[in-house]
Design a protein around this ligand. Structure first.
Ligand code: SF4
Length: 352
């Protein structure tokens, strides 16, 4: 007996959908109509696609499926500015998606993998290693879930950061599909400039991204100003040392004209000393760069602590005096374990 595995249309571009539905006798313009139902109107069953004939909807349903997403847990910060959602897919794998309500708009942080293989010592996402890549559709489904939440308050998603669980560039094709898809007019029509991709520094994939010539913001997880400290915090640094990461970032900035952001998680007693600030100034001075300091959300499993407020301010001021462009990520959502992987780790102790 053969089992009929249905193709998932969610996450496909309109022309791809048009091609797949051809054998059912649907004209090619139906591809865009279906894409609009899926992405613009967030409709997840063919039966509700009312501008398509009833018998055609039935044959679509017989041949294809649509990614479904369900809410497993949610947390909201006391100040109401940050909400975290644990969303699961058809295989019950769950990822975290975070909504941050800034004064300048709503930003959503999406996950790109279930778990992560990169092994950064300060990160809860990697505690059980990589479980699997997310498809482009599954990354998009996170945004559309939040879009629906915001629509109830007559708001929308204004910007996206690929900074949740997973290393986006280790899931290159799916991530790129997501970025291109969300930019389409039949999807959210989101400007590339409102998308930030954060990587731990996979040099060959950064170059690949540079070749795509998309004006998205590249964000490098730096976290240390020298190779020995960075290698101890981020194993990827042994493969791609700092000099190579910075050179690839410079190539990205030169090709796109976009300022690169360097993320620096401040960890008490590890990388938050004045000597580290001085090294950082030497490393980044003269580069088209922004530095984003992120006081760590403590990871109890790793015994890592947040620096004191005084140490954070001192570090920031030293960088400013060194004429670096620096911002401190203010305390968003610390009461709801907003660091990537923490909610999933709490709820899904046994998966992955
Ligand atoms: S910080 Fe990012 S790259 Fe590093 S382990 Fe966590 S999710 Fe992976």
């Amino acid at each position: 007996m053969t089992t009929n595995v249905k193709t998932d249309l969610f996450g496909l571009f309109a022309p791809e959908i048009a091609e797949l539905i051809k054998p059912l006798g649907l004209q090619s313009y139906r591809g865009k109509q279906i894409a609009e139902w899926l992405y613009k109107h967030n409709i997840r069953q063919f039966a509700s696609m009312t501008n398509i004939a009833k018998d055609q909807r039935a044959s679509l349903d017989n041949s294809f499926t649509i990614t479904q997403v369900s809410l497993k847990a949610e947390q909201h910060s006391v100040d109401g500015k940050t909400s975290k959602f644990l969303l699961s897919f058809s295989d019950d794998m769950a990822v975290e998606t975070v909504l941050m309500r800034h004064t300048y708009g709503n930003s959503v942080c999406v996950s790109t993998q279930v778990g992560c293989a990169m092994g950064c010592t300060f990160c809860a996402s990697t505690l059980n290693g990589l479980v699997r890549n997310l498809t482009g559709g599954e990354i998009l489904a996170q945004i559309l879930y939040i879009t629906e939440v915001l629509q109830q308050q007559e708001q929308k998603v204004d910007s996206i950061v690929l900074m949740g669980s997973g290393e986006p560039l280790a899931n290159f094709d799916n991530v790129l599909r997501f970025i291109r898809l969300i930019h389409e007019d039949y999807c959210l029509n989101l400007s590339y400039r409102n998308i930030t991709l954060s990587t731990c520094g996979l040099v060959s994939e950064i170059d690949k991204l540079t070749g795509e010539k998309l004006p998205i913001t590249l964000s490098i997880s730096l976290h240390a100003p020298n190779n020995s400290l960075r290698s101890s915090l981020m194993p990827v640094n042994k493969r791609y040392p700092l000099e190579q990461v910075l050179a690839a970032s410079d190539r990205y900035a030169a090709a796109t004209g976009r300022r690169v952001t360097y993320e620096y998680t401040l960890i008490a007693g590890i990388n938050d000393q004045p000597s580290h600030a001085k090294e950082l100034i030497t490393l980044l001075r003269g580069r088209l760069a922004n530095i984003n300091l992120i006081p760590i959300n403590p990871v109890p499993e790793r015994g890592l602590l947040r620096p004191s407020v005084n140490d954070i301010i001192q570090f920031e001021q030293l960088l400013q005096r060194g004429r670096l462009n620096v911002t401190v990520r203010r305390e968003m959502g610390t009461d709801i374990s907003a660091a990537c992987g923490q909610l999933r780790h709490k709820v899904c102790r046994n998966d992955g």
